[in-house]
Design a protein around this ligand. Structure first.
Ligand code: BDR
Ligand code: CA
Length: 310
């Protein structure tokens, strides 16, 4: 199986991503690292463990990471995810412990221990942990097989400001460091995730499963879509983060192209913007494979099949 580390700020859609990974034998989850984002770090670290307990997978370890962005105060998104970050199902106090090791050290040690080019980083939140690890141990950049991220937007614009997507906006300095690192990057922007809408017909097969994890997930999604349905008037909300995991399982569901991507870190108007050279007009070096389109029905079929195995 392909070795992955999931770096996350759960988040209902992060939960969907984690469940998709847990239900997929092609993936070996070496650890889950948490970061401050949708809600503060203490809460994302709690939520990651609650998700694992919903799935009876307490064998997967959780490492807490950065509690704030590199150079800015933390911006959170309770307006989207609710007070807990995981609103929807009834939430319990997690029983499984948080690991003592810091997420950044876990990431560095794992990349140095495993053979070079075998570990994939899946990032579902702000890139603070990854950028901090790169700063502390620049040698790890050359050891990462691939970094697949949910982040950014180009034709679609932003979701936290007109220009910026939330994960990049929260820690643009971290994102800039990651895009400069030379790590092979695959980017799942809003251009993809806004097509992955939780339409009733698509969620129906998840609803039919009826297991504890599936029920919890459906309750999360019912809560999560409220914000977007009200705001954008769409039938269903976008399911951002599981596209990262789906890409590892079935890359043929997605299409995009290699581009140069730069991150705006100074302009107050557009800070956190991902400037994607989709039309190749700058001649700047490609540093990411940027996805734009997705087979959304194929994605939901995969999600239901894998959650059904939990
Ligand atoms: C991203 O921001 C968070 O609110 C979601 O979990 C997702 O990672 C979407 O912009
Ligand atoms: Ca997230």
């Amino acid at each position: 199986p392909r070795k992955i580390i999931i770096d996350t700020d759960p988040g209902q859609d992060d939960a969907a991503a984690i469940m998709l990974a847990l239900g997929s034998p092609e993936l070996d989850i070496l650890g889950i690292t948490t970061v401050a984002g949708n809600v503060p770090l203490a809460r994302t670290s709690c939520n990651a463990r609650i998700i694992l307990e919903f799935c009876s997978r307490t064998d997967v370890k959780v490492y807490a990471g950065a509690d704030r962005p590199i150079a800015r105060p933390l911006v959170t998104a309770e307006h989207v995810h609710g007070k807990t970050g995981l609103d929807g199902p009834e939430l319990h106090e997690p029983q499984m412990p948080l690991e003592a090791r810091h997420a950044v050290d876990f990431i560095i040690e794992t990349l140095r221990r495993e053979p070079a080019g075998t570990v994939t980083l899946c990032t579902l939140g702000p890139l603070t942990n990854i950028a901090t690890a790169l700063e502390k141990a620049p040698d790890i950049a050359g050891r990462v097989r691939e970094l697949v991220m949910m982040g950014g937007g180009f034709f679609e614009g932003g979701n936290i400001t007109p220009a910026a997507e939330f994960n990049i906006y929260v820690d643009p300095e971290a994102a800039a460091a990651v895009f400069k690192s030379g790590i092979p990057i695959v980017m799942m922007p809003l251009d993809v995730t806004h097509k992955v809408l939780t339409l009733k017909s698509r969620v129906a097969s998840l609803r039919e499963i009826g297991s504890r994890p599936a029920k919890a997930l459906v309750e999360m999604l019912d809560f999560f879509e409220r914000f977007d349905v009200e705001k954008y008037g769409s039938d269903g909300g976008p399911l951002h983060d599981p596209t990262v995991i789906a890409y590892l399982l079935k890359p043929e569901l997605f299409s995009g192209r290699d581009c140069n991507v730069e991150i705006e870190t100074t302009s107050p108007l557009t800070v956190g913007m991902t400037v994607v050279d989709w039309w190749q007009v700058t001649g700047r070096k490609h540093n990411a494979r940027v996805m734009k389109d997705v087979d959304a029905d194929g994605f939901f079929a995969l999600l239901a099949e894998r959650v059904g195995r939990l």
